[in-house]
Structure formats: C-alpha cells, structure tokens
Design a protein around this ligand. Structure first.
Ligand SMILES: O=C(O)/C=C/C(=O)CC(=O)CC(=O)O
Ligand SMILES: [Ca+2]
Ligand SMILES: [Mg+2]
Length: 405
C-alpha cells in the first residue's frame, strides 16, 4: 500500500489499508461524511469539492455503487500519498478527538441472522433443553428475522432498560416491569450500498456489488421478555428497543486480506443457491469489554454462514434489498468459553456468574454498566484493519411500571 505523508501511528487500526467511512461534525459545524486516517478524519466534501459528502449520512454515496466506491477510495489514497497535495489536504483534516461521530447511514431495513453454530447450540441447550441443540433447518439455511430499523442507534447512545412482559418458568402468569435479564449480542453488520431488483435474487457471487462495507453491532436483548414472547413468531419487543452500531463502516475493499474459507459445509451440503466460489467468511477478531474489563474474544472466522450466503438467502424469494439496509450476522461465539458473544452464554443462563477483577459479579447487565465491542482484521503487509468500537451504557427503566420491578 502507498506511503502517506501523514503521520499514522503504527498501532493505529486506521492506516492507509483501511480508510473507513463515517459521519462526523467538527466543533460548531454541520454533520458530513469523513474518512478516518490515523488519528484524523478527512472531510470529503471539503477535500473533493463534492456536495454528495456534505450530508449527514452515507446513503447518497452508498447508492453510487461499486465503481463509485472504488473511484473515491482511489482518489482519497492519491490525496494522502501525493506530497504536492499535502497543504491543501491538511486543511481538511480534523483530529478524531475533536469531532462528534453520528449514526453513519440512514438504516432502511434491518435483518438479524443467527449464523454462529456455537451460539445457536448454546442457546438451544439453554432454551430447549429437551430437544436437539440445533433445530433441523439450521444447517440448511441461514436462519434470520426482520428487526426494527428505526431503533438502530449510534454508538454512545444510552440504552434505557426496557420494560415488558416477563414470566419466569416458575411463575404462573406474566408481570410487566423492567427486564431482569438484559443482555448484549456481539455481532458484525453488513451495510448494503447498491440495492437489488424486486423479484430477482442476488447470487452469492454478487455480494460485493451490493454490500459496501462492515460495521460492529450490539443487538441488545432482554432475555426474559424474549423467552416469553417469541413463540411462535420470533423475536419482537425483546430485541427491538435498541441496536447500537459503530460509527465507522470499513469498506469491503479493505478486507481482501481478511477473507478466509467458511467452516466445512458438507453435512449437509447447502443447496446450490447458497454455494460460493470463494467465501466471504472474514477473519475478524472481536473483543467485548464490560465496565473496562475484557470479558470475551469472539472469533468471527468461526461463523458457519458467510455474509454472501446471508444475502443470497435474504433475497432468495425475490425480496429486494435497498441502500442503507443493514443485515447483522447474529451473535458471534467461538468454541472456547472465553469466546462467547452474549452474557446469557458467558454466565450460562445466569447460573455461573462472571467474577470481575474488582470482585464484583455479573450475570446480566445492571443499570450503569457500559459495554464496548471492538474488532480488527488482518490487512495487507501485516497491517491491522481497525473497526473502532461500538459502546453503550445502560440507564434505568422509565415509566410508571418501571418502579415495581
Ligand atoms: O435460540 C434461540 O432461541 C434464541 C436465539 C437468539 O436470541 C439469538 C438471536 O437473536 C440471533 C443472534 O443474534 O444470533
Ligand atoms: Ca441478535
Ligand atoms: Mg435489536
């Protein structure tokens, strides 16, 4: 990758190999599109003189499609490597620490998958102890559900503890009140740039024509509300109150070196529409921090279904995708106990509390708890492609019924 004149710290995940996109406002200025490089954000509207970037969302750029995305990436790389442009470009840089980051795109539709075999097995064992851990369809199709786009929020947005109907197994009837089993789900999100045509499925090989890039997702989940409400139609209020996304969207172009094969899919072999010539499985290393302490390191490479398979399945019936659609992988969990992507798994349904460094224990989230998810992926020449972070702090429940726990 080309040498930049800009000082980029070695450990920065935002080197020239990455160049992720986000929406920022400089102090006293309007929100606009920027590219992160080192410890700076480059104001694209200012540096390229292109009004498409003087907007508070990436959507107009996302709609431009693969040729446009590649052309802008090439231009930005050129500006940051040409010493002759240094003075002009430097005037369009803002220190990351001095800007406010926003939700990077207007979320059109939001779909959540369930693509980790380890997560599905763990939840099956806890929620359905009398049946096989994996349901019969699980290895035939990437199971998913349609979520709530309007409650996808920017990193840093407080998460108000949801109220809802809860009924513990030992209780006869449900009560209404604050969730007692508030959880996280550590996920990876895929951002659709170029939409597809209604009636026409998207083959796995067209993934990179439609998907622009990748972000981090925390799909906050109220396990008690979920367990009581979701039979037989699926998750509803237990997961619709907040889904947090990271401010930076890493373009697929930065992830070529992170591509790995999906785990063997031989028993059963997926149907032809789900097969890939070269997999879009990705070697992303995630970490989950709870109140300042790393509690898990889920490996995205272990996911059974790749995002190209998810997109092919999502459109297999002719349903179209559109600019700003977000589909998330589902909770990422690996084989080891230290690789689980949710607290319900880490604490095994609350039976095995986590002990934190200060001696405090946790099963599910308490008011005031802060959860931060980070990730990086291998890039060209040993570089690290950083995803930044998605964070959120739990606030107490609100409303009249919040008082009676
Ligand atoms: O297996 C179940 O009954 C429940 C599963 C989930 O809650 C997971 C989910 O929402 C999808 C995911 O994040 O993997
Ligand atoms: Ca989820
Ligand atoms: Mg959600």
């Amino acid at each position: 990758m080309s040498e930049t004149w800009l000082p980029v710290p070695r450990e920065s995940g935002f080197g020239m190999e990455n160049l992720p996109y986000g929406v920022f406002s400089p102090e006293g200025g309007d929100a606009r599109v920027g590219v992160a490089v080192g410890e700076q954000v480059l104001d694209l509207a200012a540096v390229l003189g292109d009004a498409e970037f003087a907007r508070p969302s990436l959507n107009a750029f996302l709609a431009g499609g693969r040729l446009r995305w590649d052309a802008v990436r090439t231009s930005v790389t050129g500006l940051l490597t040409d010493p002759g442009r240094r003075d002009a470009v430097e005037r369009c840089l803002h220190p990351l620490g001095a800007v406010t980051m926003h939700l990077p795109f207007e979320v059109a539709d939001y779909v959540d998958f369930y693509a980790s075999e380890q997560h599905a097995t763990n939840l099956g064992r806890m929620f359905r102890p009398d049946s096989a851990a994996l349901l019969p369809n699980w290895k035939h199709l990437p199971v998913g559900y349609h979520g709530r786009a309007g409650t996808v929020v920017a990193s840093g947005t407080p998460v108000v503890r949801p109220c809802g109907q809860r009924k513990a197994p030992a209780e006869q009837v449900p009560t209404f009140g604050p969730s007692r089993r508030l959880d996280i789900e550590c996920e990876v999100g895929f951002v659709v740039g170029s939409g597809s045509t209604l009636g026409e499925p998207v083959p796995t090989g067209d993934f990179a024509e439609h998907v622009f890039g990748v972000c981090l997702v925390n799909d906050w989940s109220a396990r008690d509300i979920q367990a009581w409400e979701y039979v037989p139609l699926g998750p509803f209020l237990g997961k619709s109150f907040a889904t947090s996304v990271s401010p930076w969207v890493v373009p697929l172009a930065a992830l070529e070196h992170a591509r790995v094969p999906t785990p063997a899919q031989e028993d059963p072999r997926p149907l032809p529409y789900l097969r890939e010539d070269r997999s879009w499985a990705l070697d992303l290393r995630l970490e989950i921090e709870l109140n300042g302490e790393i509690v898990s390191r889920p490996p995205y490479a272990a996911m059974y279904w790749s995002p190209a398979q998810m997109l092919a399945h999502l459109t297999a019936n002719g349903a179209s995708v559109r600019t700003g659609d977000l589909f998330a992988s589902g909770t990422v969990s690996g084989d080891e106990p230290g690789q689980r992507g949710s607290l319900i798994e880490m604490s095994w349904g609350g039976a095995e509390p986590l002990t934190m460094a200060n001696g405090v224990t946790r099963t599910f989230l308490e008011d005031g708890d802060t959860v931060t998810i980070r990730a990086w992926a291998p890039g060209a020449g040993g570089a690290r492609i950083g995803f930044g972070e998605v964070t959120g702090t739990v606030e107490p429940a609100r409303g009249a019924s919040a008082e009676h726990g």
